[in-house]
Design a binder for this molecule. Structure first.
Ligand SMILES: Nc1nc(=O)c2c([nH]1)NC[C@@H]1CN(c3ccc(C(=O)N[C@@H](CCC(=O)O)C(=O)O)cc3)C=[N+]21
Length: 305
């Protein structure tokens, strides 16, 4: 059988960013509003700094305002909550992103709960999780699952009815919302995790396999159904063959999987760029809602399906 189609997340994300830029220009023209995202980074984690910088660059490129708040690692939880209160009250800020993970002395759930749901650009607030789980319009959908769904629909078409989908990983930020989106799209959804019995066999039943466990190359080629669509959410930095060098790999053993799957996302260049593009989309959507303007079709559950 021919090798799988490689799903070009980087190219799809570039197209999505261009559509967001058009939406930003239209909102400026119609309502005089420039969408703004506040990005809060607590501490000096080098990987987090890289991600935050790429988000800030994307905002500026798309004509949006970027409000950076880089805070020391020993910031008191009460000071972080006070910062969020100020951002909640600031009319120039339409979206707020608190980079995770937070330092251990800070209660993540307490911080996420403090963001007003309308400005929760990540879609991590329990109100947005609840709106998504109950299929209501107006939910802000977490960026990685939304981006993954857009890639799945670009590959398989809008009609996913009756397909068997398996989501590997049950995190609040990827696995659970991904399963909700696939369920809304009329897939038959299985959630698998580290305690699942006979994981390879479960995976082999899936027409759509989404791997989001954070274990490098855990999903092998013989875990994949012939022709399946494989979405690899994992971004794991591992040692490269050359001493002292590192490289990125997904949760799927790509070289094996590409021989079996029908379509597969690469790492890098797959889901990662979609996460950032969807963050831009969520910020635009939040600004549109705040201004009483129509929300772009790709954002939100009802619109995304
Ligand atoms: N509140 C919050 N929201 C997040 O969305 C969030 C977060 N915290 N904490 C950290 C993770 C990580 N994350 C990535 C986004 C894009 C790439 C990405 O574009 N990766 C490139 C490769 C980048 C490289 O070369 O290192 C790719 O896959 O092609 C990676 C990682 C968002 N996160």
């Amino acid at each position: 059988m021919a090798d799988a189609k490689i799903i070009d997340g980087k190219a799809f994300a570039a197209g999505l960013r261009a559509r967001v830029a058009d939406g930003v220009a239209a909102l400026k023209a119609s309502h005089g509003v420039t969408p703004g995202l506040a990005v809060v980074l607590v501490g000096e984690d080098p990987a987090s700094q890289v991600y935050v910088r790429s988000k800030e660059r994307a905002l500026v490129e798309l004509g949006m305002n970027s409000f950076d708040h880089h805070e020391p690692a020993d910031m008191a939880e009460s000071d972080l909550l006070a910062l969020i209160d100020r951002l909640n009250a600031d009319p120039a800020v339409h979206g707020i992103l608190v980079q995770l993970p937070l330092p251990k002395h800070i209660d993540t759930q307490k911080v996420l709960a403090r963001i007003v749901p309308e400005k929760d650009a990540d879609g991590f607030h329990v109100v947005n999780a609840g709106l998504l789980a109950t299929g209501q319009p107006g939910a802000i959908v977490p960026c990685t699952p939304l981006g993954s769904l857009l890639l799945i629909r670009d590959t398989l078409g809008r009609d996913l009815k009756g397909k068997r989908a398996l989501v590997l990983g049950r995190s609040n930020i990827v696995g659970k919302p991904m399963a909700q989106l696939l369920l809304q799209a009329d897939c038959t959804v299985t959630m698998a995790h580290s305690r699942t019995a006979d994981l390879p066999e479960e995976c082999r039943r899936a027409d759509i396999l989404v791997a989001a466990v954070g274990r490098p190359e855990m999903v092998r080629g013989d875990w994949i159904k012939a022709g399946a669509t494989v979405i690899d959410v994992g971004i794991n930095r591992v040692a490269a063959a050359e001493p002292g060098k590192t490289r990125l790999v997904g949760d799927v053993a790509f070289d094996e999987a590409v021989k079996v799957a029908g379509a597969i996302t690469p790492v890098p260049g797959g889901v990662g760029p979609m996460t950032i593009a969807c963050l831009m989309l969520n910020t635009l959507a939040a600004a549109c809602r705040a201004a009483g303007a129509p929300v772009p079709a790709e954002a939100g559950v009802g619109a995304a399906l």
